[in-house]
Design a protein around this ligand. Structure first.
Ligand code: FAD
Length: 455
């Protein structure tokens, strides 16, 4: 049967009308689109559920037709598969946040982005363990770990998930928490989307109202020196500070401040969860390197979702991440050399994130991924609107990875790995084997096709 004949099959489902969109129907291209515009998804059908009942109905419908199921909240982490023979369940209509300020808990619907959680929490003097981009999805992010500006103090976002509501491959709606379905609860927190469709999560909030945070910027010809000095500085940095060393090609667009527009620079970004005077003293060694621009100041916790200056909306990006067992002056020099940020480079950002602190310790209440063994994570990205651009970006990322060889960790960070990773490198210890067992129990027919699949 051709795909076209197949997708034109009249459907019977108890889902609300207009939940299913088939190829060629109005709204098809918008429905199948991922945030990452470089990913071209061509599923058999897209489901846009509005309620948990819709999710159950579309799971049953997919099973009846023998389709597999892929889930998307925003498509920041879309794995880049064509999705033939697959229903793409797009949860972007299922949004909402309820904050219980006394309990410091937020209940968050499946398609909610971090900006909405932070906006709801900040008036209560609270915030959440969001990442660098305000429009990344809470659920997709937390299923893969989640490292943001509060991470060295408060750990991976996945360890702050308190419960999840899940529609299983059988169409059952189940709760997962430490007492109810504890194995599923453990698997979801770092094991990715292989276990069902998460329709809501409860997450812990933290009493952080403000931070001493911002950018220190130097010209690119000081990149090796500055990154090397930052690497040395991170060795004694307290857990209250999370920082990133970064090479950047600033786009030549009016939204960028005039002195930086169109330039290549080296940047240290930092967020310190403490008083200004202490933050000043902490950053003194970096300031002594004489940055040409210094934006570090006290800011509301809400401002942290903009600190990294990630793109404000969908873009065609191509990136890859890995982890390092060490980062020092020689590693910095090798990275700067391989990145060759000379104004013609195909990459716009190469960043090294300092991990350790709470990120480096197994969390006794955490799930499949409760800590990261490596002390640094690297993520490199370029714009990839054409096959030529994809090849150029891939080539430069391969150069950087080769140059990082002596420091490369064997473990991989789930959320930063954009190609399908060997899942056994994503987890320390015997976690991978346990995840495979749990997957076999809750999805024996292998219905769900997740990012970083377990089979
Ligand atoms: C600009 C940008 C900034 C980023 N910053 C950070 C950062 O600071 N820290 C960090 O750790 N990561 C970061 N990431 C990586 C990001 O966390 C991952 O790409 C993550 O997978 C995105 O989740 P999503 O829901 O937005 O994306 P999606 O592509 O919608 O989801 C990713 C995967 O999660 C699963 N999934 C999503 N929703 C559900 C659901 N309801 N039920 C079951 N499975 C589901 C699916 O397998 C899906 O393929 C960033 C990525 C980008 C592009």
């Amino acid at each position: 049967m051709s795909e076209l004949t197949f997708i034109r099959t009249p459907y019977r489902t108890t889902a609300s009308p207009d939940v299913l969109v088939f190829p060629g129907e109005p709204g098809w291209d918008a429905a199948r689109r991922a945030w990452n515009l470089a990913v071209d998804q061509r599923p058999a059908v897209v489901a846009l559920p509005e309620t948990v009942d819709d999710v159950v109905a579309v799971v049953e419908y997919a099973r009846e037709l023998g389709l597999r199921i892929a889930v998307q909240g925003t498509g920041h982490g879309a794995p880049g598969r064509p999705l033939h023979g697959t229903m793409l369940v797009n949860t972007s209509r299922m949004t909402g946040v309820e904050v219980d300020a006394r309990a410091r808990v937020a209940r968050v619907a499946a398609g909610t982005i971090w900006a909405d959680v932070v906006e709801a929490a900040v008036p209560h003097g609270l915030t959440a363990l969001h990442g660098s981009a305000q429009d990344v999805g809470v659920v997709g992010y937390s299923l893969g770990g989640g490292i943001g500006w509060l991470a060295r103090k408060h750990g991976l976002s996945s360890s702050s998930v308190l419960s999840a509501e899940v529609v299983t491959a059988d169409g059952d709606v189940v709760r997962a928490d430490p007492e109810t379905n504890p194995d599923l609860f453990w698997a979801l927190r770092g094991g990715g989307g292989s276990f069902g469709i998460v329709t809501a999560v409860e997450i812990a909030l933290y009493p952080v109202a403000e931070a001493y945070a911002g950018w220190l910027v130097w010209p690119i010809d000081r990149a090796a020196e500055v990154l090397g000095a930052w690497a040395a500085w991170t060795k004694d940095a307290p857990e209250e500070v999370t920082s990133v060393g970064r090479l950047l090609q600033i786009p030549p667009i009016p939204e960028m401040p005039e002195p930086l527009r169109g330039r290549q620079v080296v940047v240290v970004e930092a967020a310190f969860l403490g008083p200004e005077a202490e933050g000043r003293e902490l950053l003194r060694p970096l300031r002594e390197l004489g940055p040409e621009l210094d934006t570090v100041a006290m800011m509301s916790a809400a401002g942290l979702t903009q600190l990294h200056q990630d793109p404000p909306g969908p873009v065609p990006g191509r990136g890859e991440g890995w982890m390092l067992d060490a980062f020092d002056g020689s590693a910095a020099a090798a990275l700067v050399d391989a990145a060759a940020m000379d104004g013609t480079a195909p990459l716009i950002s190469i960043e090294v994130r300092h991990l350790e602190g709470a990120l480096g310790r197994p969390d006794p209440n955490g799930g499949a991924l409760s800590h990261l063994e490596a002390p640094y994570a690297v993520y490199s990205v370029g714009m990839a609107p054409s096959p030529e651009a994809v090849a150029a970006v891939d080539g430069r990322i391969a150069d950087i990875r080769r140059a990082a060889g002596p420091w490369l960790s064997r473990s991989t960070y789930f959320n930063f790995a954009e190609r399908d990773a060997d899942a056994s490198t994503l987890y320390p210890g015997g976690q991978y084997e346990r995840l495979v067992e749990i997957r076999a129990e809750v999805d024996p027919d292998g219905v769900f096709r997740a990012k970083h699949p377990l089979d």
